[in-house]
Design a protein around this ligand. Sequence first.
Ligand code: GCO
Ligand code: MG
Length: 403
Amino acid sequence: MKITSADVIVCSPGRNYVTIKIETDKGIYGLGDATLNGRELSVVSYLRDHLIPCILERDPFDTEDIWHYLYRGVYWRRGAVNMTAIGAIDMALWDIKGKALGVPVYKLLGGKSRERLLAYTHAQGIDTAETMEAVAEKLEKGYKAVRVQSGVPGVEKVYGVSGEAGQYEPAVKGNKPVEETWDTNKYLNYIPGLFSKVRERFGEEVHLLHDSHHRLTPIEAARLGKELEPYHLFWLEDLIPAENQESLKIVRQHTTTPIAIGEVFNTIYDCQDLISNGLVDYIRMTIAHGGGITPMLKVASLAALHHVKTGCHGPSDLSPINLAACLHFGTAINNFGIQEYMGYSDATMEVFTVGYSFSRGYFNLMETPGLGVDINFKKAKQYEYGPAYLPVNRLEDGTLYNW
Ligand code: GCO
Ligand code: MG
């Protein structure tokens, strides 16, 4: 079998998505998600101008060699744009392999390690009262795990809280980022009270998660972890920015609240110290941004050695193709932890058809060959791309901060 051509589709059904379609001489094609929120077109150009020409004529079954060819071939290793592009190709090649053999991709990765996959969703509100209602609504829908985010009184806009009712979407269409504001002190004073009320009302059984979105210093993160201990969180996510990983030791020394990190990582080298030094409990890398299924199997193996489980990033700013790839991966590995799931807009689901189902807090994979996802080109064309940016964040005195 040979790769004969490939193209990149950019569409915006509710939000921007980038998809690669790789064709073969056997009439089988594979799909991969190449979406990098806020920097979409850089991946499009990288794929079209540089990577696609390198994979023509290759046998799509040679995923290991093709991955190394692209990873080492660039010379300038790692980086989000590079690894998202490589990840999309790798995903599409596994899709082709599954379709060619008539089996779902998970069967090629290790087979079935579980019948269904636990997912967590988001609940958010402008304050505790609204957030509690959002949690109640998700529990009524059957979710077993909920990420709880709330606005903080006195802080104008907080990460994870939508301006209007409905789904949280941080990327705003326009030609430059919107600016948000932040106050750590107000946040730290507010969040423990929120979780106390949520536990009191909803009991111990529901898994609760929270995302600090890279906004704390190590000692502030330690305080939050410690103060949240009585509420037994499933995880606290991205407490501190991930560049200075040594500093997670301070957090670890002070709290038993489980820690999740890694949605912005793109290679095993970004997480190897955190994992091997026992500084995280869940690794958040995802298939699209982590360079594909091929390297993520290695991340999962490393994590398994150190009692770390997976918790793949699965926001609605990655397409259902990435979600499907995560589900095949999560079905096949032993140390699957949980899968993020925000749901998708109706427009998105007009464009993509999926081979998974979701019910009462769990995903079930269908036995469709390959990744089990498809894209409707005619529909996709109706939703035109427009530039969108993630926000930047400033402290109340105007200092630029982490978003
Ligand atoms: C999450 C993430 C997202 C990111 C978004 C950026 O935990 O789901 O933090 O909300 O902010 O994916 O594009
Ligand atoms: Mg996050």
